[in-house]
Write a protein that binds this ligand. Sequence first.
Ligand code: C5P
Length: 313
Amino acid sequence: MRAYSLIAPAKINFYLEIIGDRPDGYHELAMVMQSVSLADQIDLRANGIEQFRLTCDHPEVPADQTNLAYKAATLMAQQFPQAFQTYGAVDIAIHKRIPVGAGLAGGSTDAAAVLVGLDLIWKLGLTQPEIQQLGARLGSDVPFCVTGGTAIATGRGERLAPLAALDPLYVVLAKYRSLSVSTAWAYTTYRQQFGHTYTQTDGLEGRRQRVHSGAMVLAVSHNDGKAIAQHLHNDLEKIVLPALPQVQQLRAELAHLSSLGAMMSGSGPSVFALATSRANAETIQAELKAALPDPDLEVWVAQTIASGIQLKQ
Ligand code: C5P
């Protein structure tokens, strides 16, 4: 088969702790990542030419070489020139459902889908770790997006330790359509404000042993939704919430409406709340829309899922 449709799920962060500067200029992190059912669809079709072509049904997503999904295809062509020559390029169609610039890894998951799809179309037979290694060259979240589910992520976010699958938890996701946050800006600003608290590079190893994610990892291991909600944490909230009062208000409203808890995801500005059931999530969704009646505010109900990139059935 020369055409595949892939489902590319978004992720949320149950936990994001910034440990310090890395020698490569990135930040050393300790995170607990979780895939959710809100997903893009990526269609790949062999096009019989030497040029990758990309389309996307979302006006704010660049349909050119700057798109991370396009960069993923170019990387594969560089790495596997023989397969590229034999099978040619593909048309990439992105059906965008994940909000853009939201902290939900929308761009990273599309890139992960292109890596997985080209592996199939070019009959490369790569292992998941091999695909993840390629993904790490594209972005810190790409390796997680390949396998998804629930995982501890350390290093830049690319070093993964899978955790046992959770019983599905319901999640209400909310984002102001017109607001977006640059991940690079969030980390640079964090460094400016909190760099003095960073562990020095030579002490990173010791500091890695003293991350505070233990309670969250335990909560996930015990499959305990209530405890997960209690231990939600994201250091980047300290930067993004003061800069975007609308998001601060959105987070406060969601925390008020959810009996479990709410938190910003990644570098934001999307915010999520955990819910006890689909009905509870739909109630929170309706109440949030009533409390903040702004047509710019988008709200989704999703659930946690145990997988990353999947072929569409
Ligand atoms: O890896 P990715 O391209 O998604 O990262 C975007 C930006 O976020 C990086 O250029 C860097 O400024 C910042 N970042 C960081 N530390 C990480 C991940 C990202 O400083 N662990």
